[in-house]
Design a protein around this ligand. Structure first.
Ligand code: ATP
Length: 367
């Protein structure tokens, strides 16, 4: 199919807006890459440059290893799906799907067969005679998908294709889109600001902020080992706990990690020591996911962090405890805690076995 590579791509609009700032990214053949970031971070501009609808100010957009900066959109073997679906209202569903084939001169009979195949694969084979206005939002989205895949493109570009749908339908369609693109083996670049969509659909996620690429990796990598503090704070609900700490490595091989007014003395062979040892003498930021913190009984021996439960929040499938540990508040997944130990306002101290899951950066690093 198609590989895409961006090499130091920058896009500056005439009014001086730097929409994309020196982005380099490789998308491999058949990969499902999601561009994720808040509104205005430059995701759509990246997509438009790949499609040939916008020209990079500098850098190269490469398709299948060739610089494609000047290649017209029609020569790129690309299909795009947008959030507004952009169907032709006066045409039937079948004609909408078949339109790209008609444009490229495919005869009516093979065209009809191909439309029927695609429509059946998308579960809209029985509405081919209707007009778009007679369809539900989900069906319209499937028609847009059908029109995109009918020409068997080498590359799918999708810009928030589900954002106009309600949440139940979004979940259903995101599974369908994932399955369909994988079945077809088409390289796909999918833009969204919805992290649930990104983490569930992507082979890899590229996270952008203010035109700058922050991190690229599998959902597990970017969630578990975010490359920057911004990504650590942006991804995941609840947010990752981020605490400033200082590190001191003792020559007789143990590490003091000071978080607020609490010092933890960690033996050398503790995995947490190895994670922080090379920051000796520095202030760092320690990132801890709520689910990586294990509540333990107050009398548990060893290096545990102490905190006081301020309040609890129940979410059905999980309960979160918000704790003060000195000057900082953190969140902890409460599911493993004994019920009688989780009373809001309780004065007793709570301790934690797994203090640290991830080190995410040096203190003072700009977010
Ligand atoms: P959204 O999710 O809201 O669509 P996005 O991440 O896709 O946002 P872009 O549409 O790529 O972001 O826009 C990136 C930046 O470039 C924004 O600050 C936007 O205002 C700006 N921008 C986009 N198009 C133009 C233009 N034609 N002229 C000037 N600035 C533009």
């Amino acid at each position: 199919m198609t590989t895409v590579a961006l090499k130091d791509v920058t896009k500056v609009f005439p009014d001086g807006t730097i929409a994309v700032d020196n982005v380099s990214l490789d998308v491999v053949d058949g990969e499902f890459m999601v561009l994720l970031g808040p509104s205005g971070c430059g995701k759509s501009t990246v997509l438009r440059m790949i499609a040939g609808l916008a020209e990079p100010t500098s850098g190269a957009v490469m398709l299948d290893g060739e610089v494609a900066n000047d290649l017209p959109p029609r020569d790129r073997k690309i299909a795009m799906v947008f959030q507004d679906f952009a169907l032709y209202p006066h045409m039937s569903v079948g004609d909408n799907i078949g339109f790209p084939l008609k444009l490229s001169g495919v005869e009516p009979v093979p065209r009809g067969e191909r439309v029927q195949d695609v429509a059946s694969a998308l579960g809209i084979g029985d509405v081919l005679g209707r007009k778009p206005s007679q369809l539900s939002g989900g069906q319209r989205q499937r028609v847009a998908m059908g029109r995109a895949i009918v020409r068997r493109p080498g590359l799918f570009l999708m810009d928030e294709p589900l954002s106009n749908l309600d949440s139940g339908l979004r979940a259903e369609l995101r599974a369908e889109i994932s399955a369909l693109t994988r079945e077809l083996g088409v390289t796909t670049i999918y833009v969204t600001h919805d992290q649930a969509e990104a983490l569930t659909m992507a082979d890899r996620v590229a996270i952008m902020r203010k035109g700058v690429l922050q991190d690229v990796g599998t959902p597990t990598q970017v969630y578990g080992r975010p490359a920057t503090l911004y990504v650590a704070a942006f991804l995941g609900s609840p947010r990752m706990n981020l605490l400033e700490a200082s590190v001191y490595v003792h020559l007789d091989r143990y590490v003091t990690l000071t978080l607020g007014d609490q010092a933890l003395y960690l033996p050398w062979d503790d995995i947490r020591s190895r994670a922080v040892a090379h920051y000796h003498g520095e202030r760092i930021v320690v990132g801890m996911r709520a689910e990586a913190l294990t509540p333990v009984a107050p009398d548990t021996p060893g290096d545990v962090l102490q905190g006081r439960v301020r309040y609890l929040e129940h979410h059905g499938h999980e309960s979160l405890a918000f704790l003060d540990i000195g000057a900082t508040a953190i969140m902890v997944d409460e599911m493993s805690a004994p019920a009688d130990d989780a009373v809001p306002g309780q004065r007793g101290l709570r301790r934690f076995g797994q203090v640290m899951s991830r080190l995410t950066g040096r203190a003072g690093e700009p977010e």
